[in-house]
Design a protein around this ligand. Sequence first.
Ligand SMILES: [Zn+2]
Ligand SMILES: [Zn+2]
Length: 759
Amino acid sequence: MAAYEPEDPPFELVKRADWGAVVEYPHPPGSWNPKNGGIILHCLSQDRVSPESHSNCFARVRELQVAHMVAPGPEGVPAEPDIAHSYLVCQHGTVFEGRGVLRRPFANDTISGGNMRYYAVCALIGVQDTPSDGVLASLDALDQYLGDLAGNYAAGLEILPYDAESGSPGDGIRAALRSGGVGGRPRPTQPVPKPKPITVVSRAGWGAAEPRDPIGTVSTSSRTGFLVHYSAGSASQTPRQLQNGMMNRGLSDVGYNFLVDVEGVVYEGRGWHGLGAHASGFNTAYVGICVIGFNDDMNNGSGGLKRPIADALLSMYHKANDIMGKELTASYHGRVESTECPGAILRAWVNGGMPGTVREVADGFGGGHGSIGGGGGNGTYPNVIYRSVSSQQRAVNGLGYTPPLVVDGSFGPLTEAGVKWLQRLVGTDADGIWGPNTEAAYLAYVGGSSRGDTSIRSVAGQQRAVNGLGYTPKLDVDGVFGPLTEAGVKWLQRRVGTGDDGMWGPNTEAAYLAHIGQSNDVGAVRSVAGQQRAVNGLGYTPQLVVDGDFGSLTEAGVRWLQRLVGVADDGLWGPNTETAYLRHVGNSGSGGRGTTDVRPVSYQQRAVNTLGHRPPLDVDGEFGPLTDAGVRWLQRLVGVPDDGLWGPTTERAHQSYLDHGARLTVDGEFGPTTVRATQRAIGATPDGDWGTASKRALQRHLNDVDDAGLVVDGDFGQASVKALQTYLNRIVGAGLTVDGDWGGATTSALQRALNLAKF
Ligand SMILES: [Zn+2]
Ligand SMILES: [Zn+2]
């Protein structure tokens, strides 16, 4: 290790132990080769550390670590195990050790593979701040130091701003990069990487069904706005599933003009000129674009919108302006109709001016049904850069990887190892990045583009469906489309009454769904993991492994459950099984929880997770003891009686919490985030600095709202703290001892009040 940590770095280095890091981070497996990349420079967004006091810098680094570690990840995925940056540099020129040299960072999401090839170095300044000479000198020294390390840990020659065009790391550092003031070691001039274009998938590309009735068109002159939505369902839903759901509810087609998935891939819906069905009264004037997923699916880890989604929406907005020849009003669904759509994160993003990078959006798509000549052989538009992470995971599993990956859409070290394994198998470079070469090699391996495409139904799904209809001998569910599978699919096609061409396209899908009497509507089908948990929950032995993978053991378990609940044991969990199961477990809509709850259980589970409940609940639609505890936790958080029943009172309080609350972690720490929320509530400048001006404002506030009768002197002494405690006891029932001592309990009560927008 000594080779990587010279005795004498050319800057003041504060080691983890010395700033008070809260964990020793285990070395993650996985690829880490900064030699093939270099360094990416970051700064804080709106946050900044007050430069007067160097002790604030230590506190800020500790807070960042905690923030990165508590931020809820996607469903079921743990939060980050550590601070996300490799190093942090403060205005005083001091360097703080983050993940250091040996562990790859988790902050470089603007470049594909960025966390495998670049150190993440963060200046502790806001994007609008001027960097001090000290911070610039230390960034430059750190570049030298990392470049001089031994072996693969030596930083390569690239030194890049986090954002290619604007924003982090701020104009000051950007200028120093250009002038060589930072990154001064000899290197060839680097071309500034052009942001990669937005990936778009045409209707043909995602296997859209034809609209039931012709869709009307809207002239460009009638368009005046751009309306953001969310699907409020699972982020893993395909556009086709959404379309099926909307058509089953009586629409002629998917209602939106475009869809965007959580990786920022755009899917063509009704197109630029199609009359939408997304917001009544606004379908002519507004282009409707829907993000597929729910709040927590879009969270970038610190409450903001994930970068790829932001870039896709912003780029589509600019493209819309180009096409309509004017600046459209950017808005969201909840502004024009009474709805929660598009959720807190997208609302905040639109309200915050839609920050992001405008990227290129291809011409030649978006004409809607009929105007697209197909998106190419495998159904994707030329800008496709990679397959979605969950699709990569399914592909890896489909080729027989053991143990199978969890299909969660999250690219961690296990998925990376699986993708490399697949790359070796299909004969392409094992770099862990699913680019066009891997896609082509994979499609060739599994038997060609028309067969490997997962946009309608995966090969494994086709095999299961064939088996489910009683095909003998049963197909191996291996995700490989060989001659046996093809014969099975043809057999199924004849069985369900459609042309037996062996290709599972939209017609086969529709005929199959009709045959098995399954609507395929949103939420109609229980996930495989949900089926496994349900089987286990009824006492099946030995218990199934809950891995989301439908193999022969799971099928046997489902058949067992079906016999138990009294339906035909075909191994397919359709509506009949669901209904019988719910009746069996006493969870039905008649007399059960369903009559009092105004929200489905899965919604409640997601809502609990979104507000940061640890550990996250499984989103399986089942109301067990853990969900009960989670809902009670949420009720306490939003300030209603914790009876575990999501009725109208909880609904209103939750809505108000999402719309107006500060959404602070209730930890009793009066850190910059809490300070800023307090400042906002009392009308002080939200600079995170708790100085005399803020104290005066709080005294005035307490006089205004609670007749406290304080002298407004900015010296927040015992009398002022007592007034604060009295007020908190009154508005949130905090039960504080009114002792004039501002401790953690008082701050926690303050945080609760701010979260409830009551302060
Ligand atoms: Zn400092
Ligand atoms: Zn909406």
